[in-house]
Design a protein around this ligand. Structure first.
Ligand SMILES: Cc1cc2nc3c(=O)[nH]c(=O)nc-3n(C[C@H](O)[C@H](O)[C@H](O)COP(=O)(O)OP(=O)(O)OC[C@H]3O[C@@H](n4cnc5c(N)ncnc54)[C@H](O)[C@@H]3O)c2cc1C
Length: 487
């Protein structure tokens, strides 16, 4: 065989000459991995084991010049492409069937300028990589709550975590991005340069180019913080969630808080007899003065009769990785999510009823507190949504075996249907599953942001070269009614 089957940008099937692929491989500094190579399966693997997409080619790029080379080659042969950062997106948008995946995971440099309180981060880094370097100076970028998540996808969708009530979304701390455009040019986007793109990159996902590096503002954090987890039996969930509501309503912005309903994971920091028992947990991180943190957390530590309490002083890097073990790569994952303005009595009853129906030992319902600095940025200042929400609920189905797909996905969908009446109607774009596009994308952003993103897509990617993502359609692919509302 001297041709390779491929998918074109419009979804049609075609072939590529192997000689052309060989030539292309030689032009890259990184390696081009092909289907059939011994390490293909390992290179292709992403966090969500449900995603079966098989790219024909995976370019493990080693720099901006490689990214340009890949974009030129894909353009020349009209190839479908996808862009992979940390590979954590639940919808599996990092991969594309029979296309060409731009894999950034070899580009992991993190350069900290402690005196300027800035860091330049290459797009293959994870948040664990970033924390490791920035914490040397007691600095951090507000990021997510799992250290193995990739920097690019999380930042481009908005990004929230323990530091967000104090310091805003991840994208609120972005100062500049270096990206390669759909026509293979390297440009910078910041408040001063390509400001329209800079707006869209802060929430609009991978719709406008391949970001090769991010420059972030750093915030003083740790290196010691007060945080951890306190667990109660699920039978006490009504009291615990009411306490969580009151506690988070009056808590200072230094506190990040999350409530979780799930079977207790087999975490090394939990007593063995608890593993697998249905629990409700409150997980916290206080990022100010440790003594003040102990005072703020006292009512929580004194509330009820916990099964276990592992809240205390710890390195920020340890807290950032504390929940990693419950989110192992390769399991099957399916999520649905809603923003909430408040936690009503009905919300609490619904969450508990659905937690009782939970089948898999790995599934969970998570309620994360938002607000604070997130809500002080105007709703249209960036493309990131959810600034008016005070909480976000994520219904996170996770299981091992394919034969359980239907049962576990049904639980997620049923739970979502029950929670929806209490939601704001919007959704966090980074928590959307692969079966919700494009219908929920409008809801994710709301009309005004969506329309601005669509106009930006027309300017910067009118051919929809970057389409394997939470895709904002350019005018030539929108239905007439949609075009009318955008123009
Ligand atoms: C276990 C887990 C925990 C999470 N926790 C949080 C959390 O606490 N807070 C939060 O906000 N989110 C969280 N998320 C969601 C997370 O923000 C998204 O999954 C995000 O897409 C992950 O980024 P990634 O780079 O790993 O994604 P990938 O799967 O690699 O990429 C996702 C998409 O982003 C785009 N993209 C990736 N890299 C680039 C690039 N360099 N240039 C242009 N586009 C690019 C592409 O469209 C790609 O399809 C979590 C996800 C997981 C799986």
């Amino acid at each position: 065989m001297n041709t390779q089957a491929i998918t074109r940008r419009n979804g049609s099937q075609g072939t590529l000459a192997v000689a052309d692929i060989d030539e292309f491989a030689k032009r890259l500094r990184g390696r081009l991995v092909r289907r059939g190579d011994a390490d293909y399966a390992g290179v292709r693997a992403i966090w969500n084991g449900m995603i079966e997409k098989q790219p024909a080619l995976i370019a493990r790029v080693q720099g901006v010049a490689d990214v340009i080379e890949v974009i030129r080659f894909a353009r020349q042969h009209d190839l479908l492409i996808s862009v992979r950062g940390g590979g954590h997106n639940v919808a599996g948008t990092a991969l594309c069937d029979d296309g060409l995946t731009i894999d950034l995971t070899q580009m992991k440099a993190v350069l900290v300028d402690a005196s300027a309180r800035e860091a330049v981060v290459q797009a293959g880094a994870t948040w664990g990589d970033v924390d490791r370097e920035t914490q040397l100076y007691g600095l951090a970028v507000p990021s997510g709550i799992i250290s193995t998540t990739g920097v690019p996808g999380l930042t481009l969708g908005g990004g929230f975590g323990w530091l967000s009530r104090k310091h805003g979304y991840t994208c609120d701390n972005l100062l500049e991005a270096e990206l390669v455009t759909a026509d293979g040019r390297v440009i910078r986007a910041s408040a001063k340069e390509n400001a329209d793109l800079f707006w869209g990159l802060r929430g609009g996902g991978g719709n406008f180019g391949v970001v090769t590096a991010f420059k972030f503002r750093l915030q003083p954090v740790g290196p010691q913080v007060v945080g951890g987890m306190i667990l109660y039996p699920l039978d006490k969930a009504a009291e615990v969630l009411k306490f969580f509501r009151e506690f988070t309503t009056s808590a200072p912005e230094e506190l990040g808080a999350l409530a979780v309903l799930r079977p207790a994971p087999p975490a090394p920091f939990l007593p063995k007899e608890l593993h697998g028992k249905p629990v409700v947990a409150i997980v916290v991180c206080y990022v100010g003065d440790p003594e003040e943190g102990a005072r703020v957390l006292k009512p929580l530590k004194e509330f009820g009769q916990p099964l276990a309490d592992v809240i205390g002083p710890k390195p920020f890097t340890a807290l950032q990785a504390m929940l990693d073990g419950g989110q192992l790569a390769g399991r099957r994952y399916y999520w649905k999510s809603e923003y909430l303005h408040e936690i009503k009595e009905g919300t609490i009853d619904t969450l508990i009823a659905q937690a009782r129906q939970l089948g898999s030992p790995h599934s969970a319902i998570l309620v994360f507190q938002l607000g604070g600095a997130i809500s002080r940025v105007g709703p249209l200042e960036t493309a990131a949504s959810g600034r008016d929400a005070r909480y976000i609920v994520n219904i996170a189905g996770a299981w091992e075996n394919k034969q359980d797909n239907e049962r576990e996905m049904k639980w997620v969908r049923d739970t979502w249907a029950a929670v929806r009446p209490f939601g704001t109607g919007a959704v966090y774009v980074n928590f959307m599953a692969n079966d919700e596009r494009p219908e929920r994308l409008h809801a994710a952003y709301g009309t005004e942001i969506y329309q601005r993103l669509a106009a930006l897509k027309d300017r910067h990617d009118p051919d929809n070269f970057f389409r394997t993502n939470q895709n904002i359609l350019p005018a030539r692919e929108r239905r007439p009614a949609e075009v009318a509302t955008v123009n």
